[in-house]
Design a protein around this ligand. Structure first.
Ligand code: MSP
Length: 490
């Protein structure tokens, strides 16, 4: 029997203090596109997302809304789920940190870490940013404020706490990075290595003054620090280390995260796992931030853009295409509706939409059998696309697919099929229809609705990557409407 490859991919779990916006949507479509790509390759894929519901920030948001933290978390978790459903996110499970299965896994991991002698009681005195849910040093601040949350006051915390011996894992982590060069995200790896080399301080993993959290199993006066709680979601969603899903899918193949939380995933999470004796994930993929007019999207700045509004205006696929195509791997990107419209009118309407419309109009009228010789497949660089997808350079992969779309358009312009008849016309139609079928396969992870429309117009069922080569044409053309509408601007 051929062994089926498995692929386990996660998004960060989202804080419930804010509703979904294009930043959180971006992380989610990156993971969704990769999950769909690996399904297209016939791998056994598990793709999870969820919500991070405990901690001071969630508590504050609930107080403000006049609800209990649980009621509040219920409403926002539902919002995330509903938004992802409406935007074609193909997640297999949705984990909430208020799920019982999650609390069990957190207690289990803490007991393992404790058994390994890595937890001790002490006092913490220092700074805390509720926006990041993270301890800070003076060095991290700019003019006394957290650079990511300049509108929030930094807290001075002085309380009894339990520490995790993070410092003990410095060498082990550095060895692990060396032996697994793909684990850290290239663009940010040196920064992580430098910081780990500079020394690791033990981490406070409980809060006494915070009530909204998982009770700390070694001392019920404390709750588990939100990050220790949240990171465990990646195994609690697999029902913990004894679960069947865990046996099938762990270790994670990729954790997709934004650059602001790289440290937690590249340093704290592997240290926790080393301590608990659990295999480490294979890769942390870090992307940059979406900015609006040069500023990171955040609740406090009130500059969030709701992906549902944009999708309703322009279509989900148009938004997915824009976000994926616009952000260069590892860099920040600026959101602008003007650029979105430019890409819709250029790449989606003129390149892809016109191609499909022109070809299908001609093919629908052609009454003989469509047969021909492959003259086009050499223009598709499958290897390059595969490589880019492996590197998670989604924008680069999409660009390569579009090169083929443009080559196919060029072929039509040169061949002028509207002037041809009989065998000659059949040959051109054959080439362009097969090219279109293959384009539909390649775009299906990125633009699932558009791919489906093309398959429907070709009169065939959705196909897998192994079908992406020229064969005998076997469709049954039913021309539909335009794939994308041109957006009129003044
Ligand atoms: N709850 C933590 C993650 C815990 S994972 C164990 C958290 N949540 S968050 O809601 O603030 O952000 C989660 C992720 O959303 C970020 O890591 C990032 O992937 C994505 N983004 C949030 N804002 C973003 C932008 N403005 N731009 C791009 N991605 C952004 O951190």
């Amino acid at each position: 029997m051929v062994k089926v490859e498995k692929f386990y991919i996660t998004t960060p779990i989202f804080y419930v203090n804010a509703e979904p916006h294009i930043g959180t949507f971006y992380t989610t479509i990156v993971a969704d596109t990769l999950a769909r790509w690996h399904r297209l390759k016939d791998e056994s894929v598990y793709f999870v997302t969820g919500t991070d519901e405990h901690g001071e920030k969630a508590q504050e948001a609930a107080d403000k809304a006049g609800m209990t933290p649980k009621e509040y978390a219920d409403s926002v978790a539902e919002k995330f789920r509903d938004t992802w459903d409406r935007l074609d996110i193909s997640y297999d499970d949705f984990i909430r940190t208020t799920d019982e299965r999650h609390a069990k896994a957190v207690v289990d991991i803490i007991k393992k870490v404790d058994k390994n002698g890595d937890i001790y009681k002490g006092d913490y005195e220092g700074l805390y940013c509720v926006g990041c849910e993270s301890f800070k040093t003076e060095k991290d601040l700019v003019k006394g404020k957290c650079p990511e949350h300049p509108n929030k006051e930094i807290e001075h915390v002085k309380e009894e706490t339990y520490f995790f011996k993070l410092s003990k894992y410095q060498k082990k982590l550095l060895d692990f990075y060396k032996k697994n060069p793909d684990f850290l995200s290239k663009k940010y790896s040196q920064e992580i290595i430098n910081r780990v080399e500079a020394g690791l301080k033990d981490l406070s993993i409980t809060r006494r003054s915070v009530k909204w959290g998982i009770p700390f199993p070694l001392d019920k006066e404390h709750v588990v620090y939100v990050w220790f709680d949240a990171l465990t979601n990646y195994i609690s969603v697999l029902d913990g280390p004894k679960g069947d899903l865990f046996k099938e899918f762990w270790p994670a193949d990729v954790h997709v995260v934004g650059k602001g939380i790289d440290w937690f995933h590249s340093v704290i999470w592997p240290a926790m796992l080393l301590s608990a004796g659990i295999e480490l994930p294979k890769r942390v993929f870090v992307h940059g931030w979406w900015l609006v007019e040069g500023q990171k999207i955040s609740k406090s700045l009130g500059n969030a853009i709701n992906p549902i509004d944009i999708a309703q205006k322009y279509s989900t696929d148009a938004l997915r295409y824009f976000l994926i195509r616009e952000m260069v791997i590892g860099e920040d990107a600026n959101y602008s509706e003007k650029k979105l419209i430019e890409r819709i009118n250029g790449e989606l309407v003129s390149d892809l939409g016109n191609l499909v419309y022109r070809v299908f109009s001609l093919a629908e009228k052609f009454e003989d059998e469509i047969v021909g010789e492959d003259e086009l497949s050499g223009k598709l660089d499958k290897e390059a696309i595969d490589k880019k997808m492996d590197e998670m350079d989604l924008a680069g992969a999409l660009e390569k697919v579009w090169e083929f779309v443009r080559e196919t358009n060029k072929y039509i312009t040169i061949k002028e099929p509207w002037k041809l008849k009989g065998e000659e016309l059949s040959n051109v139609l054959y080439n362009v229809l097969e090219a279109t079928r293959i384009i539909a396969i390649y775009i299906s992870p990125f633009l699932p609705q558009t791919a489906e429309k093309i398959f429907r117009q070709l009169g065939i069922q959705p196909e897998k990557l192994e079908d992406a080569s020229f064969t005998k044409f076997y469709g049954n053309i039913k021309k539909g409407t335009y794939l994308f509408q041109k957006i009129e601007t003044e």
